[in-house]
Ligand binder design. Sequence first.
Ligand code: AHM
Ligand code: MG
Length: 336
Amino acid sequence: HAAEAQRTDLMTITRHVLNEQSRYPESRGDFTILLSHIVLGCKFVASAVSKAGLAKLIGLAGETNVQGEEQKKLDVLSNEVFVKALVSSGRTCVLVSEENEEAIFVDPALRGKYCVCFDPLDGSSNIDCGVSIGTIFGIYMIKDKDNVTLDDVLQPGTNMLAAGYCMYGSSCTLVLSTGNGVNGFTLDPSLGEFILTHPNIKIPKKGKIYSVNEGNAKNWDAPTAKYVEKCKFPQDGSSPKSLRYIGSMVADVHRTLLYGGIFLYPADQKSPNGKLRVLYEVFPMSFLVEQAGGQAFTGKQRALELAPTKLHERSPVFLGSHDDVEEIKALYASES
Ligand code: AHM
Ligand code: MG
């Protein structure tokens, strides 16, 4: 009986968000419309990623992005699809993409009240070998539609309304929070719909996995080095942790949300602010992890309380299970 109900009563992502928004009587469906355009972008990328080898979409497009890396054609394509989908939703006013140096201000005729910061295709080093990659996004609301400035996106992450990511992995999974917990949806390719498969995701309080690029260990600061040493050689009688590192933030964070543990992209001597970008990597992931009951820390403060001053600003980040992040916080506190 229950199985039958599952098969015939499908909780699509649109239905789920409509339900959530109905808690707000003033809601006029704008967020649902915005989200449906983001979902369209994700479906396009999912389809392109799965056909990448076939369609010869992979290859260098001969352009260079903001961080000076060579851009893959799939990145360019994904970015164009997302920008066009977001602008045409009529619900956005400022867009910040990893692939565009400047913020995109939407034409006043098409302007809505939301700002979206996104990385259309993160984990680019994993594209060519078919390892999981993803899209990350964070959503803010503007203060004054007739007077839109960069300050509308240079806000602390605590002002974020919603955040999510879509992982193009062995299945395509979209994880979303509108500030009321975290839910995961899996794309049913035959329906073309994201169906609620992971309701109310809660990150385990403590994990058994650490996730970091240990190749940078030579340049780490003392608290990070000490923490990773403790993961491998615990002094309190507990078992050593397992190491898992994919090198795709979306996949590493997704595993951390579901299985617990900690993901670290610390500062090091060569990259004093780490690698990950505040607006479209650190903030959305920190929002999701906190909404799932975990923590996100920069080495100095709660990650969401950062006040970015530049669009492509970077920050170190330590995020995951509550107790694991608590340990690294203690190490940084004893250092200062
Ligand atoms: P990208 O924007 O060039 O794809 O880089 C971001 C990615 C993240 O997905 C991942 O967490 C990190 O870079 C891995 O970096 P590293 O290769 O230095 O370990
Ligand atoms: Mg990226």
